[in-house]
Design a protein around this ligand. Structure first.
Ligand code: SF4
Length: 295
């Protein structure tokens, strides 16, 4: 199915909208988890922080305001339906233009700078930014875009290690727990702790980040990995770090693990944390011009 030229305009507008709306409306699963935590926390300071989070969420929704000031690093996870015939370069250009338009038209703070000179184009774009991950879906007629504005507080708490096979699962558990405890308040807990296992060093870190985009309540389809998610989740919430690191029972909203097969002599593990606001937003686009948004 050949997409018309107007399709790229549709992508551009969708990416602009995803960026702006994701900063103002927190996904319902995250809101529900924060509400639950506010009700079940026993420590006064933790209850107070959760009530501030809920106020920020309500202000975002009711007054069309950003929930947090950080516009983040714009990241798009794009799944291209196998039945769509499109021009990949035009698709990437449309995503970049959508990012620039969101920044200019809202306007949004431009958080993106060159790494050494710290030059800021005021567009939230730059060399290799926005980050765009492409994947392909067999027998599908749609283009799915998942957007996340990754906040720096949580992104700075990213860690990876090439363990050796002899370190085994215990080595993986120890590494994840050490990073969460070491990070303390810095990633704005409670976090979604994304864990990547396997692959190469770069794939492992990408998997950790992708894991943070899964909706709360989802489980890895592999029962052994799902059990590890639960075990780590319970262990992390026993650390007492709590919201903003000020103490409490809720340090993580979830632990999500994504995995890939690896080399016989490798055992890579990566941790990427997502802060409490956990902003993400999706759009599904059809070649005939239909667009559906969600989380
Ligand atoms: S880590 Fe998240 S909640 Fe904390 S300041 Fe950054 S974007 Fe905001």
């Amino acid at each position: 199915m050949e997409v018309p030229d107007t399709f790229y305009q549709l992508v551009e507008t969708a990416c602009r909208d995803l960026y702006i709306k994701s900063l103002k409306e927190i996904p319902p699963d995250i809101v529900a988890a924060i509400q639950r935590a506010a009700e079940t926390e026993t420590k006064e300071v933790a209850k107070r922080i959760f009530s501030h989070y809920l106020q920020s969420i309500a202000l975002g929704r009711e007054k069309n305001m950003m929930v947090c000031q950080d516009t983040g690093i714009p990241i798009y996870w794009v799944e291209i339906g196998g039945n769509l015939r499109l021009d990949g370069a035009k698709l990437s250009d449309a995503i970049v233009r959508g990012t620039e338009r969101a920044t200019r038209e809202h306007p949004l703070r431009s958080s993106i700078v060159s790494p050494l000179r710290r030059e800021n184009r005021q567009t939230n774009t730059g060399e290799r930014i926005p980050i765009i991950h492409y994947d392909f879906v067999r027998d599908s007629d749609v283009l799915d875009i998942l957007f996340m504005p990754k906040g720096s507080g949580s992104e700075n708490m990213s860690f990876m290690k090439m363990l050796v096979p002899a370190d085994g699962i215990n080595g993986i558990k120890r590494f994840v727990l050490e990073q969460v405890v070491g990070a303390g308040p810095k990633p704005c807990p409670p976090t979604i702790v994304g864990v990547g296992i396997g692959g190469s060093s770069d794939l492992c870190m990408t998997l950790a980040k992708k894991a943070t985009t899964r909706p709360l309540g989802s489980r890895n389809p592999d029962p052994e990995i799902a059990a590890l998610e639960l075990e780590l989740f319970e262990a992390i919430n026993q650390t007492g770090i709590g919201p903003q690191g000020l103490g409490g029972n809720t340090t993580a909203l979830a632990v999500h693990i994504e995995s890939a097969w690896t080399h016989i002599t490798c055992n890579p593990v990566a941790v990427n944390m997502q802060c409490w606001r956990a902003e993400r937003r999706r759009a599904r686009l059809w070649a005939d011009g239909r667009v559906e948004e969600g989380f």
